[in-house]
Design a protein around this ligand. Structure first.
Ligand SMILES: C[S@@+](CC[C@H](N)C(=O)[O-])C[C@H]1O[C@@H](n2cnc3c(N)ncnc32)[C@H](O)[C@@H]1O
Length: 169
């Protein structure tokens, strides 16, 4: 854990990483998938540093300076289509609770003034519903009404005492 101050809370195939083995990043996911599990992308694989459920992380509070959270966004059944094979899926009955618990865990393991980057695609569930479930307001991200279905949101864990504009920084 030494020097691991960045957490990817569900790394999948690390597709959006420029350096897929960034030395300061800990990559977790709840599955392993070997090369060849996707016909259309034979080199794609899921090999987290640690197998872990983002809903119940085994890290102390305030362990990371930056957390990136890119959970599955499609409602469906495991392995039911190409996209779900690649990126996983949400359970139709439990997804709200799963995402809320995942977000809360990302928040818990983030240190004060740490940054949480949340990626979402509103193919199955719209961003307004997602933000309502999370119950926190991002600092910035794609504006409402954007035609782009993928949303990136930036949150900062500002301690309660510093939310009125005064700061000790
Ligand atoms: C959208 S993909 C992540 C893609 C990744 N950001 C990339 O760049 O390739 C979502 C990932 O979340 C993982 N996942 C789903 N439920 C999880 C859970 N409860 N805990 C940890 N990872 C989970 C899936 O296995 C999948 O790899």
């Amino acid at each position: 854990m030494e020097n691991k101050f960045i957490l990817d809370a569900c790394c999948g195939g690390r597709c959006f990483w420029f350096n897929k083995h960034h030395p300061n990043t800990l990559y977790i996911d709840n599955r392993i998938a070997e090369k060849g599990h996707r016909d259309e992308r034979p080199n794609h694989c899921v090999k987290p540093d640690i197998l872990m459920d983002f809903r119940k992380m085994d890290f102390p509070d305030k362990s990371f300076k930056l957390v990136v959270f890119d959970p599955p966004h499609l409602i469906g059944k495991p392995n039911s289509c190409r996209m779900i094979k690649a990126y996983g899926c949400l359970n139709a009955e439990t997804w709200q609770d799963d995402i809320k618990r995942g977000f809360n865990e990302c928040w818990r393991v983030l240190e004060d003034y740490g940054i949480l980057i949340f990626k979402w695609n509103d193919a199955s569930k719209k961003r307004a519903e997602l933000l309502r479930i999370i119950g926190k307001e991002p600092l910035f991200g794609h504006p409402n009404g954007s035609k782009i279905p993928t949303h990136w949101f930036c949150f900062m864990k500002i301690p309660e005492g510093n939310k009125n504009g005064t700061t000790n920084l």
